[in-house]
Each structure stands twice: as C-alpha cells, then as structure tokens.
Write a protein that binds this ligand. Structure first.
Ligand code: ADP
Length: 175
C-alpha cells in the first residue's frame, strides 16, 4: 500500500490543511494526518483536541486517518509503513523551512521522500496562527476553518480571556 503521512501541529486544523490532506488522499492509498504532540511552539489546543478537530474536519475522506506522534517525523513515517511525508507550501518563506526539513529528513531516513503540495490561491495567507489571532480579538474565521473549529476557537477564547492566556503569539498579522 502506498501510504503517506501529513505531519504538523494542526493547532487548529484550517481549510488550508484540509485541502492539502484531501488532495494528498487522491495521490496515496492512505494518508495519516500526524499531529505532532509537542512542537516547539505555544499550543492553544491539547493533542486530543487537535486530533478530534482534524478527525471531524476530514470525516468525509475515507482514506485519511488521524494519529498523534512524538519524536522524529521520519521514524513515525517508518513505523506507520509510510514512505512519503506530505507538506504544504504557501509562500516563499515556507519553502526555506520545508527545504531544510526535507534535506534533514533525507539525511536521517534516505528511504523516506518528502512531497510538497502547493496551496490553493485562496489559502495562501491562511495559517493556524492567523486564525487564532483573529478569533482572539473576536473576528470571524468562518471562511478559514471548518465550523466546528470556529466554534472551538471562540469557546477556547471565552475561557482564556482577551489575551488568550499568553498562548497565542501575536505576530502573524504583522509579519
Ligand atoms: P508545523 O508546525 O509543522 O508547521 P502546521 O500545522 O503549521 O505545522 O502545518 C503543517 C503543514 O501544513 C506545513 O507543511 C504547512 O506549510 C502546511 N500548511 C499550513 N497552512 C497551509 C495552507 N493554508 N495551505 C497549504 N499548506 C499549509
């Protein structure tokens, strides 16, 4: 079976992620959305919350499953029986990072290939951080995330208060 993993933080999953996972599912027999348990980032949602939101968002795509992982992405790919790591590319700044990660992963695991899918034009400036920043100040994210994710964002911020409990980095919209 031709399987791939699509790793990331998915904090939370956005329409951009859903699009990449759905398109990857047309190219591979099985795609595992691999939710990284502890990225070097401030997280708003727990691993379980991120997985549940991703599962719901991709419920209609039968050959996509969602799992969490720790440690090296290449090791997770191997243990899941996948030979491909799928990543998404939006702007040029993504390329630099993805290029570095792909070369590092090739060094660590020459048997695993990285495949980057180019975003759709309408998702070019869409990221989890932008969605969190907009939701934090009460803006509408309905065009950016599935409805259950929009609801989870407003629920989370109603509990955390106006500063997001310090868990949202206010950088993305000014970058
Ligand atoms: P990470 O912390 O690994 O960057 P993310 O959840 O932010 O995790 O993103 C996972 C992958 O999805 C990355 O390859 C990222 O470039 C890609 N991605 C994020 N948003 C979009 C989008 N709007 N369109 C296409 N790809 C995207």
């Amino acid at each position: 079976m031709n399987a791939a993993i699509y790793p990331g933080s998915f904090d939370p999953i956005t329409n951009g992620h859903v699009d990449i996972a759905t398109r990857a599912a047309e190219l591979f027999d099985h795609v595992i959305v691999a939710v990284y348990d502890r990225p070097l980032k401030n997280l708003l949602f727990s691993t379980d919350e991120r997985m549940a939101m991703a599962r719901e968002a991709l419920r209609a795509v039968p050959n996509v499953t969602v799992e969490s992982y720790n440690g090296l992405t290449a090791n997770f790919a191997r243990s899941a029986g996948a030979r491909v790591i799928v990543r998404g590319l939006r702007v040029l700044s993504d390329f630099e990072l993805e290029f570095q990660m792909a070369l590092t992963n090739r060094k660590l695991a020459p048997d695993i290939e990285t495949v980057c899918l180019i975003t759709r034009q309408e998702n070019t400036f869409l990221s989890s951080s932008v969605c969190k920043e907009i939701a934090l100040v009460g803006g509408c994210v309905a065009q950016m995330v599935p409805p259950h994710v929009a609801a989870a964002l407003s629920e989370k911020f109603s509990h955390l208060g106006a500063d997001g409990g310090g868990r949202v980095q206010i950088v993305s919209l000014r970058e």
